[in-house]
Write a protein that binds this ligand. Structure first.
Ligand SMILES: [Cu+2]
Length: 165
């Protein structure tokens, strides 16, 4: 009996590890999408974002766009400089690959100042001692992917061992 409870506890632990390793897709503005009618400052505060999560911006192509910018460009809404990436497909999926602050604006005239802007503070994975190097590099996202894949394989092996011995 105790053995069964022990196995159940390990099973639950494995499931939570697997769940923690799966990235989330967040629809920016929820059902309202990326539009002029939403307060994105409060939208972005509703969630905790972690590395590997995806922001999906949905809007009518041509009516809006999505610029990832620096903090100072986010504050001034002047995208003549400080633009890190541009998206304009109408269904833009932006993967948050680094543990840092991301800033987004709409660069259609007046929209940023009108409220189409927000920042998100992206945290490293929630499963402790990840040794994520905080220096921004193109590889840090891949390093995390490899790490979380390893963790998932480990959890699967643990599950297999539970049911095969
Ligand atoms: Cu806009």
């Amino acid at each position: 009996m105790e053995d069964k409870i022990g196995r159940l506890i390990i099973l639950i632990m494995c499931c939570s590890i697997l769940k923690g390793a799966v990235s989330q897709v967040y629809s920016v503005g929820d059902e309202s999408g990326w539009s002029s009618e939403v307060d994105y400052g409060s939208w972005s505060e509703k969630y905790n974002f972690t590395v590997g999560d995806v922001l999906e911006f949905t809007y009518n192509k041509g009516q809006h766009n999505v610029f990832e910018v620096t903090e100072s460009t986010y504050r001034t809404c002047d995208a003549s400089s400080g633009v890190l990436a541009k998206y304009e497909s109408g269904d833009d999926k932006v993967e948050l690959t680094e543990s840092k602050k991301y800033w987004f604006i709409c660069n259609v005239s007046g929209h940023c100042l009108g409220g189409m802007r927000f920042g998100v503070d992206v945290k490293a994975g929630n499963t402790s001692s990840t040794n994520l190097d905080p220096t921004p590099s193109a590889n840090s996202g891949n390093a995390f992917d490899t790490w979380s894949l390893g963790l998932r394989i480990f959890a699967f092996q643990l599950l297999l061992r539970l049911f095969c011995d």
